[in-house]
Ligand binder design. Sequence first.
Ligand code: HEC
Length: 146
Amino acid sequence: MNIKITGLLLASFILLFNALDAKTKKRAAHKTTAGTSMARGQIVYTNVCLACHMADGGGVPNMNPPLINTTYVLGNKAALIKIVLHGFKEDVEINGKTYSNTMAPHDNLNDRQIADVLTYVRRSFGNKASAVKATDVSKERTVGIK
Ligand code: HEC
């Protein structure tokens, strides 16, 4: 094959590949930001929190506390956001049972993921509390470091 034609073919392959790559990237980005905060939050919950707090938010008695009707879940948003950002390690009594386990920090999640998962938790399992916004989380991330 003529070297010019080979070069031309190669160049068009590179162009085609770049175009396809940009398209898949765009689609992937769209997927993670699409849907409601509740729907996205459910995905984060399933991937990150479910193993300990269970699908129904019921937790595991004396090990992992429930997320149903607790003062932490329904109460102050800033304190709740801090639990996810910095983890939680206190001897606490929640809904009549004591817990002294450790929850690790989840500050690898971005502001929107934390807002979505907390909105999901605050409005699922029978909970009825207001949504958490990504800006609420970013505020805690910057002021919350002690
Ligand atoms: C490895 C297990 C584990 C994972 C994963 C985990 N938690 Fe926890 N979580 C715990 C434990 C254990 C405690 C109680 C810590 C203590 O006893 O001080 C807790 C406490 C909490 C509390 C405060 C107490 C309550 O029940 O209201 C909230 C809210 C909470 N977790 C939410 C979450 C959310 C949201 C996620 C996912 C982003 C998550 N947790 C992921 C184990 C976990």
